[in-house]
Design a protein. Sequence first.
Length: 203
Amino acid sequence: MVKLLVASNNAKKLKELEKILADAGIEGIELLPLSAVEPYPEPVEDGRTFADNALIKARAGVQHTGLATIADDSGLAVEELNGMPGVLSARWSGGHGDDEANNRLLLGQMAHVPAERRAAAFVSVCALVTPDGEEHVVEGRWPGSLLTAPQGENGFGYDPLFQPEGEQRSAAEMTPEEKNAVSHRGRALAQLREPLAALARQA
């Protein structure tokens, strides 16, 4: 059994990865959350891109545990704002993880932007780094547009403001199952099937 560190304590990320391994028929990989390994200093995510930050987290996992590590960095990219909030998505309004303040600020910045210029996408970049220095970086995008007011109670972050392409609802009005089936992270992780299968063969 090959141990794979998921550089997160987010149970949802673990479940998504488990599902992708199961769907691809990949056996022989045991997923470990951060809580299952000796604590190590959290790396500073000071990259300029999602890929930079995902690699910072994955490399830190390998360095401190000696285990193959998978990490992701994600956020919302708004075309009108040149791809911002981007890597600053969680702290767009200054504090970290204040969803309401972030949403309020983004709505204010986009207040007078017409519908045809409100294109946006949720972006997730996943990095898989192995102890022998192999690195795989993949990107998943969930395209859509920005609403003019929050809608829905599910989800988190910018979900109430994001209307996925082909949907009449916001991401916050979709069930977790519906969202997982099309999400940016799922799309990114699916592209790691081959390197994950190769990792499993080392078991």
